[in-house]
Design a protein around this ligand. Structure first.
Ligand SMILES: [Zn+2]
Ligand SMILES: [Zn+2]
Length: 453
């Protein structure tokens, strides 16, 4: 945690272009002095290159480059050319001749042989242009409210998600888009930085076995089905007859899925295939042969790898997808909570699993999902988050989870708390929310710099 001690900007840098990082001490003890030489050491964490004459123990030298710098008006700026996409450790140390000690510290250390180390380290990440232009957004795209069988109102759900650091959510109540519309309306003219997408969980009648998430659809596919069930059933019947489904799968069930996926796309939405390995009443929600067929044929746009399932079912989901990948099938992945209550982390799956979507801005999140620019995170143990997905994105995400999201979520906590119970008619309260949101966006801008090429 650097918040409150140092202001360091940016922490995400561009590979292949000279980059300047500035460091400012925010506390009396971390203050940077203009008349002191500082030694800056930059160490690439992605291993060393073999060189004649350098052995294992000396390799640090080969990974580290040092320079001596002086601050101006308390801000230490230095330039470095990051030539490879990975995490870097930067050490800032005062060189000899340092005479600045706060008076009360001087008293403590006088006469003692060892003094406090006057250096500190921080980490940055250099990324190539395609990632440099994107920002990571913490998303949950499958959530229920009391517009279906969830426990809280859409407004309270939205505010609580912001409190937990979420940048974007999609409320997906069973059979209806109403919950998401109410949440969008509740935050319409409130500057809270939370993007809310329209959505629903689609269940055409079939003992309600069929679950498909409509993320960002403009119109309701549930409404389409229930407003003219006969017509929809006819279409589904035709799909079951006409489609080249293998004999071993339930043609009718698969036809229901196909109809949902197609209609969601027609509604302008993204069809997410959710919680396929969810154990409900002692059995998986869907037979694996059907899930495999859906994934293999890329019938959906994205696969919900985690969604309100147990740890065991999540791990199975990871392996199912890994096996598909070995067979050359790559499908965008999403992790959602499928939360039915927001009573706190870990209750009814809230905040247990989430996605990080890498997009140019929040409006671009649906496109980023379609392009597969997502990774998924298991958050059962908040101090030991486990990320899955594309190796390059996961490696970057671990840096972000460690160095960015912790502080980001802390700032969002204050903002979300102010949002809960906000009276939209009270301009003073709205102003306070906007101010707290500005603290969050300032932090984001400092962390990522202008991140434009
Ligand atoms: Zn469901
Ligand atoms: Zn659900």
């Amino acid at each position: 945690m650097l918040l409150g001690k140092y202001k360091i900007s940016p922490r995400v840098l561009r590979v292949g272009a000279k980059q300047t990082i500035s460091v400012e001490g925010l506390d009396e003890v971390t203050k940077i002095y203009d008349d002191v030489d500082y030694e800056i050491s930059v160490t690439r964490t992605d291993g060393w290159k073999y060189k004649e004459g350098i052995n294992f123990l000396q390799r640090g030298r080969d990974l580290t480059s040092t320079q001596i710098c002086r601050a101006e008006n308390g801000v230490l700026s230095f330039t470095y050319d990051f030539d490879y996409e990975c995490e870097y450790e930067i050490k800032v140390a005062r060189t000899e001749g340092d005479t600045h000690f706060p008076e009360r510290q001087e008293k403590f250390w006088s006469g003692k042989k060892s003094r406090a180390t006057r250096g500190f380290t921080f980490r940055v990440y250099a990324v190539c242009d395609d990632l440099y232009e994107k920002r990571p957004y913490k998303c949950d795209l499958h959530i229920h409210t009391d517009e279906s069988d969830g426990n809280e109102s859409p407004k309270l759900v939205g505010a609580t998600y912001r409190q937990y650091g979420y940048d974007a959510i999609c409320i997906t109540d069973h059979y209806t888009m109403l919950g998401s519309k109410m949440a969008i309306e509740a935050f319409e003219d409130i500057d809270a930085g939370l993007k809310i997408f329209q959505g629903e969980e689609v269940h055409p009648f079939y003992g309600s076995i069929v679950h498909v998430v409509n993320f960002n659809g403009k119109t309701s596919v549930n409404d389409l089905y229930y407003s003219d069930t006969k017509k929809a059933e006819k279409e589904i019947e035709a799909l079951a007859d006409g489609f080249d489904f293998p004999d071993e799968v339930d043609r009718k069930e698969l036809a229901y899925f196909k109809w949902c996926f197609d209609k969601i796309r027609e509604s302008g939405g993204i069809a997410i295939y959710p919680h396929s390995l969810w154990s409900v009443f002692g059995a998986y929600n869907v037979r694996t042969e059907i899930s495999e067929y859906i994934i293999k044929n890329k019938m959906c746009d994205a696969y919900e790898i985690f969604g309100g399932m147990s740890k065991r079912d999540n791990r199975l989901s990871v392996e199912l997808l890994a096996e598909m990948k070995r067979n050359g099938i790559d499908l965008p992945i999403i992790a959602s909570s499928d939360a039915h209550s927001i009573a706190g982390h870990g209750s009814a799956h809230f905040d247990d699993t989430f996605s990080i979507v890498f997009a140019k801005d929040k409006e671009q999140i649906p496109n980023a999902v379609l392009e597969g620019n997502t990774i998924v995170v298991e958050n059962f143990d908040t101090s030991d988050k486990i990320a899955h997905g594309n190796f390059r994105l996961v490696r970057y995400a671990y840096f972000l989870l460690d160095q960015y999201f912790g502080e980001h979520d802390l700032l969002c906590n204050a903002l979300g708390t102010a949002l809960i119970g906000l009276d939209p008619g009270d301009s003073g309260q709205k102003e306070m929310v906007a101010k707290l949101n500005k603290i969050v966006t300032d932090y984001e801008n400092e962390f990522f710099g202008n991140n434009r090429i």
